[in-house]
Design a protein around this ligand. Structure first.
Ligand code: GLN
Length: 282
């Protein structure tokens, strides 16, 4: 029989070769203590001698194994949280990120006093952006992805949250496929924007779907360009595009978008003070 204190010491020891103590503590508090043991951090801290049942001990050992294989903890549980909602995730979708919660806030802030009827989310992945927007706004939402497996999961998430979203399997880079999409008042997108060289070897990010995160450094704005082209045809007058972006490439990206004929582009920062979002006006 082991108490929680000795289990935590073992957890640290097993993982410290590949994770920082900050990462280990954050996974321990959020996932082991809260999700698995259903305890509050304060309960665990004030009861170091509490005995952990064998079934939970076995689960913790499986978590250690999973983490040592370099996979994100969210794939072990099969879900993650985003804007307070629970979303199923698997290795076909990007795990929703906290910065994307801020993208949602920018959209919500903008929409609140406007007559917005139709929104499109391009590269929906788990469906988290569309589903949260649908929960909070009275709008029609179309959500697009080029991965059938991502859309299957997104549909399950939409069902779980009892939201109705029009999911479409479309490659936004393909002009002829884009033609079946509706006219919209607002576009929101968190497309792939990371360059391979930015991610260190061994990062958990490398266990997520490559195509959902990385772009070719030869053409890092390929999705932004396609979405802006789409906007020229399908974004209603006065509409806006809300993009999450690679903060390191912000000024190059803005130049590219200006060349496509959009002159009004605003930058927004994330909580790390990085230039993480742009808002493009039609
Ligand atoms: N922000 C994510 C990351 O840092 C990437 C999201 C994206 O590529 N759109 O891994």
């Amino acid at each position: 029989m082991l108490n929680i204190k000795s289990i935590k010491i073992n957890f640290n020891n097993k993982l410290k070769s590949i994770y920082s103590s900050r990462e280990i503590n954050s996974i321990w508090n959020q996932w082991v203590v809260k999700e698995l043991l259903k305890m509050k951090t304060i309960q665990y801290l004030t009861n170091p001698d509490i005995i952990i049942v064998e079934k939970s001990q076995a689960q913790i050992n499986l978590i250690i194994k999973h983490l040592l294989s370099g996979k994100p903890i969210q794939y072990f549980f099969g879900y993650s949280y985003f804007k307070g909602f629970k979303f199923l995730v698997n290795d076909h979708v990007l795990i929703p990120r906290p910065e994307t919660e801020e993208l949602i806030d920018h959209v919500l802030n903008y929409v609140k006093d406007k007559k917005i009827k139709k929104i499109i989310d391009i590269g929906t992945g788990s469906g988290c952006i569309s589903i949260v927007l649908k929960k909070k706004l009275n709008v029609d939402i179309t959500a697009v992805d080029n991965s059938k497996k991502a859309l299957d999961l997104a549909s399950r998430n939409a069902q779980y949250h009892r939201t109705s979203i029009d999911f479409k399997l479309i490659n936004i880079l393909d002009v002829s496929q884009r033609q079946s999409l509706p006219k919209v008042d607002l576009i929101v997108s968190n497309p792939p924007y990371v360059l391979k060289e930015e991610v260190p070897l061994g990062s958990v990010v490398l266990s997520e779907p490559f195509d959902a995160i990385f772009v070719d450094e030869e053409d890092p704005f390929v999705f932004y360009k396609a979405i802006c082209q789409f906007a020229k045809e399908n974004l209603n007058h006065g509409g806006k595009i809300f993009f999450e972006i690679n903060s390191k490439l912000v000024f190059q990206l803005i130049d590219v978008i200006k060349l496509l004929g959009f002159s009004h582009i605003e930058i927004r920062h994330d909580f790390f003070e990085k230039k993480r979002f742009i808002i493009v006006s039609s």
